[in-house]
Design a protein around this ligand. Structure first.
Ligand code: ME8
Length: 565
């Protein structure tokens, strides 16, 4: 049977500087969802890449005394390296300077041109190079009013207006541009939003976009003529594509849009439209207004969902490359490990809202959830299995299990059988990573509590005493009809180890290394090969007599005083 396809994308990042925590955030979240979908039977295609054209990149290159091509070729490997370090399992990595992309962009322009969606005119107005955005007089007037109300200036010392998005001075541009009849898509877009309430998520972003489109759309400049670092437009010599149009098209050119090759056409037909396109809230208008209008104009389907998450804030400010307050992910990975890093951002920052991040909080979450709860559970369980069961997963007989369940109860099995995977999967599928991690932590906490309450160390003592007594009475405990203390001990440890097996499978999309390690220590197979996570998480599947190993602590406790950052 053909698997259902699942296409997801990250924004393609500007190569004006190295990757930072913000860009890594979107990429890690996308990767976790890609892994989750793969382990739940989907045929996943996960795309990320780089936005390498435009004035901002050209300026960054000039500032470094390099050609734009030299510059982008130097920065691109830094992104690839960062994503490799964070174990991002992308299926394709597109760079907008690749010929396959230029071909698709040119094809798109020809389509729009032939369908009458493009005309030539002159743009006179303001432009923000760091944001690569045109601002209309109405937008600037609205911003000036807002600033005035806050008692803040809306103009730079030199008299130029400030950018409503990044508050840097805007440049004035007067140039011949091609225009896309965006205004013609105002009503079709509004109709589409209404008919597809899940298209823009979360709700707050949907409302923001609705109000923006309701206030009226203007035609959009889609070419530039005062510099050349972009894709040349075939029917308009001297024009290169406006960088945002070039960039947005990556989501389809990477699949093969605009190519004649049968394998490209097949891939495009197979995966487009995307199930989810992740973006930060800063670029929602491009993705929820311009992008769907471009697709409509070209006669293509629209993505199912554009999900805009919030900003990571450090000391209350948005972290960004251009602001120079961006933190390098490597420094944190050194402290938290790759799994700890991935876990922190997905667990502690509610996806969709802004989140303040701090090293103190990272250490707190890491120590509480990973070192103390999850890591400690594994180490206790594996140590007790070695000490009391000779390092083998216990063998349980159905009858004994039934009797012991009746006698002692089995809260862990109940939790798992009571729809744990459903709750976890519902949260994950709704991009509620924090909710999904909370569900897993419920089982971790329940397993730790269960160990305390069932006290295997006491059962082990009772079992030893019982065995001694049996020897003195020349009895064979194997003949005993009633469960023995040793049966009770095996039952309890089985429940703990079985919970560990399931917890690792549930944590795997977020923490692939520690989960794989736990399965290895339990003597199980490759956790990354799971294709039916729900079936894997069926209670009672842990085989008997597997050789377990203790190993080093999964997560070493961190001491804030020892950390130099
Ligand atoms: O906008 N918090 O690229 P970009 C959370 N090339 N996420 C953040 C963040 C922060 N402080 N800072 C950045 C571009 N991000 C265009 C995109 S797509 C066709 C073209 C993340 O390098 C977030 O996903 O400025 C944001 O939308 C993206 O990086 C912007 O990356």
């Amino acid at each position: 049977m053909n698997k259902e396809t699942y296409y997801l994308t990250t924004p393609i990042y500007y190569v004006n500087a190295a990757p930072h925590l913000g860009t890594a955030y979107t990429t890690v979240a996308s990767d976790a969802l890609a892994r989750f979908m793969r382990s739940n039977g989907k045929d996943v295609w996960f795309l990320t890449g780089l936005d390498e054209h435009g004035q901002k990149i050209e300026q960054a290159a000039i500032a470094e005394g390099k050609t734009a091509q030299e510059w982008v070729d130097e920065v691109a490997p830094k992104f690839k390296h960062a994503w490799e370090t964070l174990q991002i399992t992308y299926d394709d990595f597109i760079r907008t300077t690749e010929p396959r992309h230029a071909q698709g962009v040119q094809y798109f322009f020809e389509q729009l041109h032939s369908k009458g969606h493009i005309y030539l005119d002159t743009y006179q107005g303001y432009y923000c190079v760091p944001d690569e955005t045109f601002f209309s007089d109405e937008q600037l007037a609205e911003f000036a009013e807002e600033r005035q109300a806050e008692g803040l200036p809306s103009k730079h010392n030199d008299g130029s207006p400030l950018c409503p998005d990044c508050q840097r001075p805007l440049g004035y541009v007067e140039e011949e541009n091609l225009f896309f009849k965006l205004s013609a898509f105002e009503q079709p877009l509004l109709d589409y939003y209404e008919a597809n309430p899940g298209f823009i998520q979360p709700e707050i972003r949907r409302n923001e976009v609705l109000s923006f489109v309701n206030s009226g759309l203007k035609d959009l400049s889609v070419s530039r003529t005062t510099f050349s670092w972009g894709v040349p437009i075939p029917f308009a010599p001297g024009h290169v594509s406006y960088v945002w149009v070039d960039a947005l098209l990556n989501y389809i050119t990477a699949l093969g849009y605009g190519s004649d090759a049968p394998e490209d056409q097949e891939r495009f037909a197979k995966y487009w439209p995307a199930q989810v396109q992740f973006v930060g809230k800063d670029i929602i208008r491009f993705h929820c207004v311009i992008w769907p209008a471009m697709l409509m104009a070209a006669g293509l389907e629209l993505p199912e969902t554009v999900f805009a998450h919030g900003f990571l804030l450090t000391k209350g400010e948005k972290m960004s490359k251009s602001k120079g307050n961006a933190v390098d992910p490597y420094a944190l990975i050194d402290i938290l490990s790759v799994d700890g890093y991935r876990y922190y951002f997905l667990r502690d920052v509610q996806f969709g809202t802004d989140g303040s991040i701090s090293l103190e909080r990272m250490i707190q979450v890491y120590n509480a959830d990973l070192a103390n709860s999850w890591g400690n559970l594994c180490s206790r369980a594996l140590n007790m299995t070695a000490k009391y069961l000779g390092g083998k997963t216990p063998e349980l007989w159905e009858k004994t299990t039934e009797r012991l369940t009746a006698e002692m109860g089995n809260p862990l099995a109940e939790l798992v059988k009571g729809g744990l995977h459903n709750r976890y999967a519902a949260a994950f599928s709704a991009e509620d990573y924090s909710g999904a991690m909370n569900v897993v932590m419920e089982l971790v906490d329940a397993a730790n509590l269960y160990i305390e309450q069932s006290a295997p160390w006491t059962l082990a003592k009772l079992a030893a005493a019982e065995a001694e007594e049996a020897i003195s009475r020349s009895e064979d405990l194997a003949d005993s009809k009633a469960p023995t203390q040793a049966d009770r001990l095996s039952f309890v440890l089985y429940n703990v180890l079985e919970s560990m097996r399931i917890i690792a499978a549930l944590f795997a999309p977020v923490m692939p290394n520690s989960s794989a390690e736990v399965w290895k220590r339990l003597g199980l197979g490759n956790i990354l090969a799971i294709e039916d996570q729900a079936a894997t998480c069926t209670w009672g599947d842990l085989p008997a007599n597997l050789a377990t190993t203790i190993g080093d602590p999964l997560f070493m406790r961190l001491n804030e005083d020892d950390i130099v950052f």
